[in-house]
Ligand binder design. Structure first.
Ligand code: 0L1
Ligand code: MG
Length: 259
């Protein structure tokens, strides 16, 4: 099989719809690099919007050392969030829509102002934020065993699945995000922890990276958008029957029932 931007986009969306995993494309198309991955990501976004989803923000991937080491990919990247990815509080993990969901804690920004790169600093990025929340992302790779190279995962919209935000929204100046901590609990046991400093020293640096990266594609972060700044810890499995919670120091807790 010889692949191109269109056929990879079609296959990724089919895998998602059919809950089917597959081997990574770079096994069959070694030239699939990050730049091509973004073209595929943009094509899948175009098709998601065409079928009625709304673009609501951006998610960053592999912004923490924990995630980079676990996934064996050292480059942070950006991907798209649509309204179809919102998981309302108290709903179980949608096992019937996902292949092999894993949960990771995230610090989440709601943008007050538009943010356009290049040259955006962490301080400028933070000044454009209206609120910060604790949250969690349910990632779901279309690749077997979550095994991929950078081009594959960028094409796959950074393993997007669903996300949930917590009950507390604070203005960014009222919380020290580098020391804001999270404890990850699975079935009553604490299995991991991190602080906001795990995200590039401060999650505002991840937001600046997103603005500067999008600028290379002629795009900007819009006011009102939701920004997931990247998994703070390694992701945990969420099989049916499990219960997962992410407890933040000042941003409350997010609870998942494995369904
Ligand atoms: O599957 C993955 O872990 C890649 C996406 C990374 C998401 C994140 O770092 O938040
Ligand atoms: Mg994430």
């Amino acid at each position: 099989m010889s692949w191109d931007i269109d056929s990879v986009a079609t296959e990724l969306l089919a895998c998602e719809a059919e809950r089917r995993d597959r081997v990574k494309f770079t096994d069959e198309w070694p030239e699939l690099d990050v730049e091509t991955g973004y073209k595929i990501q943009d094509e899948t976004l175009r098709r998601r919007l065409e079928r009625g989803e709304k673009l609501i923000g951006v998610k960053l991937g592999l912004t923490s050392r924990a995630k980079q080491e676990r996934m064996g990919v050292k480059t942070p990247f950006v991907a798209w969030l649509t309204d179809a990815m919102i998981l309302p509080a108290d709903l179980p993990v949608p096992q019937d829509k996902l292949i092999h969901p894993r949960i990771e804690p995230e610090l989440v920004f709601i943008m007050g102002d538009r943010l356009e790169g290049p040259g955006v600093t962490g301080a400028q990025a933070l000044a454009a934020v209206s609120h910060v929340l604790g949250g969690a992302e349910i990632i779901d790779s279309r690749y077997r065993d979550f095994k991929f190279l950078a081009g594959d995962v960028v094409a796959d919209n950074a393993s997007s699945g669903a996300y949930m935000t917590g009950p507390v929204a604070l203005p960014p100046e009222s919380v020290d995000l580098s020391t804001e901590a999270v404890l990850v609990e699975v079935d009553g046991a604490i299995v991991d922890s991190a602080t906001g400093a795990s995200i590039m020293g401060h999650p505002a640096e991840a937001l600046a990276l997103a603005a500067n990266d999008l600028a290379k594609r002629g795009l900007a972060i819009e006011a009102g958008w939701v920004i997931l700044t990247g998994g703070m810890t390694d992701a945990v499995f969420a099989p049916p029957g499990s219960s997962v919670a992410c407890h933040f120091t000042s941003l409350g807790s997010v609870f998942f029932n494995g369904g």
